[in-house]
Design a protein around this ligand. Structure first.
Ligand code: BES
Ligand code: ZN
Ligand code: ZN
Length: 471
């Protein structure tokens, strides 16, 4: 769908970047447009329109190009454009960033909008002009960015669906379809299999709901080497259960499945990019509801592998799901590295705000690397601590561990310390994506709704590994 060309076509709708201080056009006053950061100017030329998007005067980072391309494409789409060209002749080696921003900006969730309120179909074609000598060199990068952005949009389309549409069973069906389309192998465990294999955590969390839980396993195995495993929390709706949440913003808990959805996106992109690294995705999905059958505060449960949990708050359900999924992943796959992604704690949002994920790992090299890659991916993360003090806070009098500390402080780290019991000595990174999994207002290349956070970061990491160790 994305084409790379040498020059911008003379007709049609186009996005052109402008540096502050360098932009001059007859008939345009400085007060109207001067190339200031993300300022826009619409210029009609022949049968098409040019949207000039300002880059300001500072350094032109990859993320600025994403934002500028996203701004321009959104504006043209609002004006009815279906085919858009972007002028990247000044930054051919970074055309991939512009493509990523443009494709992410062109996604809209309109499934439930009335036809008259829909703003048009998807972008039919996107072209990127990269100048002479460019196309051959940058084509591969542009293709990679396209696959990646499409995977993110796939995650957003799935994640924006509400809990009455996407139940754990539906999520598992979607994973099966994904596996068929993307040449992955797929295995789904339903309530019966979960019962037989001793997944006491997932079953407990799902007990209160009429929509029973699922465990989904997707595999991309280009070689027989030990895989990297990515585990995701997919709570299709988190009411809090018996420890029910307050009503305000409870609707947003339809997005409590985004860790698991991101895992599906990572698997999709990994397979379609032909990543040489063996990769396994494990998604634990349940709906957390109060009912006569729901699990309760005080319940004692046996997780997969036998480690016991004292439930003191049914709203700290994500870690209980992850206990089972991580325990299973470690036992079955002996991963060389384990990631988990989860909208785990409100405390992480308090600590880091809404745009940055909490990064927990005992490995300082991994922390540094993922921080750097997060900046480049436009999916920023920040390290938060692991430590004995957090493990101590969840020591239980009657089980191995209790699921909450009973105090508010260090909530993100307490959640991580809980999961660590099931990780053991496996190299591990925990990403608490409670903040950035969705946005409540429009951003330059994202609309309001889920963001697909984690896919771009993890794929960047996996690609960097692939480049490091030619296989
Ligand atoms: N899904 C929530 C965490 C969350 C809150 C994500 C807000 C995004 C936005 C999680 O299951 C939860 O309820 N966590 C509790 C833990 C507490 C009971 C220790 C929380 O953060 O309040
Ligand atoms: Zn909860
Ligand atoms: Zn939750």
């Amino acid at each position: 769908m994305v084409v790379t060309v040498e020059d911008l076509p003379q007709a049609g709708d186009r996005v052109v970047f402008a540096r502050k201080g360098e932009f001059a056009k007859e008939g345009v006053l400085r007060e109207e447009f001067d190339g200031g950061k993300l300022a826009t100017l619409i210029w009609r030329e022949g049968r098409g329109r040019i949207v000039y998007v300002g880059l300001g005067e500072g350094p032109v980072t990859g993320d600025l190009l994403r934002k500028a391309a996203g701004t321009g494409v959104k504006l043209l789409r609002r004006l009815g454009a279906e085919e858009v060209y972007i002028d990247c002749t000044a930054f051919p080696e970074r055309a991939d960033f512009a493509v990523e921003g443009a494709l992410l900006a062109s996604y809209r969730f309109e499934d439930f909008r009335m036809p008259e309120a829909r703003k048009g179909g998807p972008l039919r074609a996107l072209g990127v002009a990269v100048g002479k000598g460019g196309p051959g060199k940058v084509r591969a990068e542009v293709e990679r960015a396209t696959t990646l952005a499409e995977a993110v949009n796939y995650v957003r389309q799935l994640g924006n669906q509400p809990a009455n549409v996407v139940t754990p069973a539906v999520l598992a069906e979607k994973a099966r379809e994904l596996a068929t389309e993307s040449r992955l192998s797929c295995q789904v465990l339903g309530p019966k299999e979960l019962e037989e294999a001793g997944f006491g955590g997932i079953l407990a969390v799902g007990k209160g709901s009429d929509n029973p839980p699922r465990l989904i396993v997707l595999e991309h195995r280009p070689t027989a080497a030990p895989p990297i495993v990515v585990v995701g929390k997919a709570v299709t709706f988190d009411s809090g259960g018996i420890s029910i949440k307050p009503g305000e913003h409870m609707d947003e808990m339809k997005f409590d499945k985004m860790g698991g959805c991101a895992v599906l996106g990572v698997m999709r992109a990994a397979s379609r990019l032909g990543l040489p690294v063996p990769l396994v995705g494990v998604v634990a999905s349940a709906e957390n509801m109060p009912s006569a059958r729901a699990y309760r505060p005080g319940d004692l449960i046996r997780s997969y592998g036998g480690k016991t949990i004292e439930v003191l708050n049914t709203d700290a359900e994500g870690r209980i799901l992850l206990a089972d999924a991580v325990g299973y992943a470690v036992e079955r796959f002996a991963p060389r590295l384990l990631f988990d992604l989860a909208t785990l704690t409100g405390a992480c949002i308090v600590a880091l705000g809404r745009y940055r994920a909490g990064l927990f790992s005992p490995d300082s090299g991994l922390r540094d690397r993922l921080w750097q890659l997060g900046e480049e991916a436009g999916e920023p993360v920040w390290p938060l601590p692991l430590g004995e003090e957090f493990a101590e806070a969840i020591q239980s009098d009657v089980a191995l561990v209790k699921n909450v500390s009973g105090a508010r402080e260090g909530g993100g780290s307490v959640g991580a310390a809980f999961i660590q019991h099931w990780v053991g000595a496996t190299p591990w990174v925990h990403l608490d994506i409670a903040g950035p999994a969705w946005v409540s207002r429009e951003l330059p290349y994202l609309e309001k709704g889920v963001t697909g956070f984690g896919v771009r970061l993890l794929i960047r990491y996996l690609l960097s590994l692939a480049n490091q160790e030619p296989q």
